[in-house]
Design a protein around this ligand. Structure first.
Ligand code: ADP
Ligand code: MG
Length: 452
């Protein structure tokens, strides 16, 4: 097996070539490219993957393919084991989901309330909804403890970027001022740690751990509601750090005045700094956020699909990301490129059919006719004039691409043409779109007109 290990890179590269042949380019770059082979030992290949979601997806969809290719390459049945990189820490996980593994997962979660590197200021899209919060966060990250924004409180609804901003502060400080000790955690973890320390009679150690930092970042303070003893402990930690000029940043899901079951003296401490809110982003910002996510992952997703998601999911950015992931998942499941049709299939449940306007062939004919200024009769007629032929081909292409209509059905709507004519039209349009950017833009604009 040592032999295998030394040629691991080669084996993996060959395997990638094999897999590339049988799945789409999009699926390959989304799911296979980011996998990093670590070791082969005792017939177990350990693969490093970027997230738990990846692990589940790869395990359920690509595991047989990978094992099969490995067998061809090595002549052995090799099992897969996944290691999920979470910030700095790793979670181990085996394909054979043994019970004992669960313990190793929770252990590494425990040790690793680490910062997620993806949550940076650069990746945080600014809009009128979060401008002030972002500016305050940057100010604090640049001079922790030195501004009057101490504590800084960020509040707002679910999935609007509070955790992202909080971690961006931590990441920024980590990258620029290495000597500062940062402690990022959720208030749930604070509570749990505290309870454990009581059980183990090690509250002194608990205090040391939490009071020995330069920057304390606590997420979701609302969990402290009604937990009086934990609040008391938090109050002391807070005071001590505050008096030493250490920076404190807290997030919560509503304005502190609306938190109930929180002791007044804790509340008045919270209010001595700066309170900022994050609100739901507007449409442009939502599209920009999706675009950013797609760019970060090198995903080439058509603009109109991002727009459909952004138009339909208004209040929660996490949900928008969920929609994006679902489309990726479908693309890999059906081995298909990311098209409007695929997005429709993937998001039908989440968004409802109306999101896609339930277009018909007749709608497309009407709108292409209006937008390109070609009378409907001519569009479906027999005329061979150049611009009419082109408009007709585009219309046929859109009927396939946007409605998913069958070749025969499209042919019928266009003056009873044969399905081979429709195939020819679609091929011509696709080819032209590839070769001619201006033409491609024209078709895409047309699509946008049809959707709105
Ligand atoms: P909250 O903590 O407020 O519930 P999160 O910070 O976890 O929300 O945000 C949910 C998801 O939305 C995260 O993946 C985050 O990166 C993303 N997100 C939120 N706001 C923005 C933004 N302005 N720009 C980029 N991504 C954002
Ligand atoms: Mg959060």
């Amino acid at each position: 097996m040592d032999n295998l290990n030394s040629s691991l890179k080669k084996i993996w590269d060959n395997l990638k070539d094999d897999i590339r042949d049988v799945i789409t380019e999009q699926a390959f770059s989304t799911w296979i490219e980011p996998i990093h082979p670590v070791t082969i030992e005792d017939k177990v290949l350990t693969l490093e993957v970027p997230s738990q979601f990846y692990y589940e997806w790869i395990d359920s969809h690509y595991q047989p393919l990978i094992v099969e290719s490995l067998k061809e390459a090595t002549g052995e049945v090799i099992h897969l084991r996944y290691s999920v990189v979470v910030g700095e820490t790793r979670q181990e996980n085996e394909t054979t989901k043994l019970k004992q593994n669960t313990t190793s997962i929770s252990k590494s979660y425990d040790s690793g309330s680490k910062l997620n590197k993806r949550y940076s200021f650069e990746s945080f899209v600014e809009g009128s909804n979060n401008q002030f919060a972002k500016a305050a966060a940057i100010a604090v990250a640049e001079s922790p403890g030195q501004t009057s924004f101490n504590p800084l409180l960020i509040y707002g609804g679910v999935g609007l970027g509070k955790t992202h901003l909080l971690q961006a502060i931590g990441n920024h400080v980590l990258n620029t001022q290495n000597e500062n000790k940062i402690n990022y955690m959720t208030s749930e973890k604070f509570t749990l740690d505290f309870i454990t320390s009581i059980q183990k009679s090690s509250t002194a150690e608990f205090s040391r751990k939490y009071r020995n930092v330069d920057i304390l970042l606590v997420d979701d303070i609302q969990f402290l509601q009604k937990k009086e003893q934990t609040q008391e402990q938090f109050f002391h930690t807070f005071n001590e750090l505050y008096q030493q000029g250490k920076q404190i940043v807290l997030t919560m899901d509503r304005h502190p005045n609306e938190l109930y079951g929180l002791k007044d003296r804790l509340l008045s401490r919270f209010q001595s700094g700066l309170i900022v809110d994050v609100q739901a982003p507007n449409l442009e910002t939502r599209i920009a956020i999706l675009q950013k996510k797609a760019d970060m992952d090198n995903l080439d997703i058509p603009y109109e699909i991002l727009e459909i998601i952004a138009i339909n999911i208004k209040s929660n950015i996490r949900e928008m990301e969920g929609a994006l992931i679902k489309i990726l998942a479908y693309s890999s499941l059906y081995r298909s490129d990311i098209t409007m049709e695929l997005a429709q299939k993937a998001l039908k449940e989440t968004l409802g059919n109306s999101a896609f306007n339930d277009l018909t062939i007749d709608d497309i004919i009407k709108r292409v006719s209006a937008t390109l200024n070609v009378p409907e009769g001519k569009l479906i007629g027999k005329g061979r004039k150049m611009e009419i032929v082109i408009a007709r081909q585009i219309a046929m292409y859109l009927c396939r691409d946007m409605v998913g209509a069958s070749l025969v059905n499209v042919g019928l709507h266009f003056g009873g043409r044969d399905h081979t004519t429709v195939i020819h039209a679609c091929k011509t349009v696709k080819k032209k779109m590839k070769e001619n950017p201006e033409f491609s833009r024209k078709v895409k604009n047309l699509k946008n007109h049809i959707i709105v």
